[in-house]
Design a binder for this molecule. Structure first.
Ligand SMILES: C=C(O[C@@H]1C=C(C(=O)O)C=C[C@H]1O)C(=O)O
Length: 133
């Protein structure tokens, strides 16, 4: 009979999958923030407001349904979406004011360490070295 994996071996194997999923989440978020950055410029150019509460209501309704079908807590899902959308709206406000947190303006004139401090505190699309894309 084959020896069974130990608890530690099973834990390490499961953690490999958790790490893969975490990496996928970061990649997905990076792509999402690239698209929302484009929306931010589109809205600023067209004079549209940074947030769209009606759209957010629809997104929450839709994602709560998907979460329930997937056995994920809908309240957690709503909080997670709100967390991301709040960050997006902050970016849109800054884009409209000419101070794009993910663009070339925000870190220009800062020292390297100040620029990377700023990159660490912001979320959104950046290259791996913290420089704007
Ligand atoms: C991206 C948009 O801007 C805001 C951000 C949203 C989001 O991150 O999904 C949704 C609605 C808006 O409050 C948009 O209007 O589509």
């Amino acid at each position: 009979m084959e020896p069974q994996p130990t608890a530690v071996e099973r834990l390490l194997s499961i953690r490999e999958s958790i790490d893969n999923i975490d990496a996928a989440l970061v990649h997905l978020l990076a792509e999402r923030f690239k698209f929302t950055q484009t929306v931010g410029y589109l809205k600023a150019d067209a004079g549209m407001p940074p947030s769209d509460p009606d759209r957010e209501v629809q997104q929450i309704k839709r994602l709560r349904t998907i979460a329930a079908e997937s056995h994920l807590d809908p309240d957690f899902t709503e909080k997670f979406l709100n967390f991301i959308v709040a960050e997006v709206i902050q970016h849109h406000v800054r884009i409209a004011s000419g101070d794009d947190p993910t663009g070339p303006i925000s870190t220009s004139g800062l020292s390297d360490s100040a620029a990377s401090d700023s990159a660490a505190s912001d979320s959104g699309a950046r290259d791996s070295d913290g420089s704007p894309e």
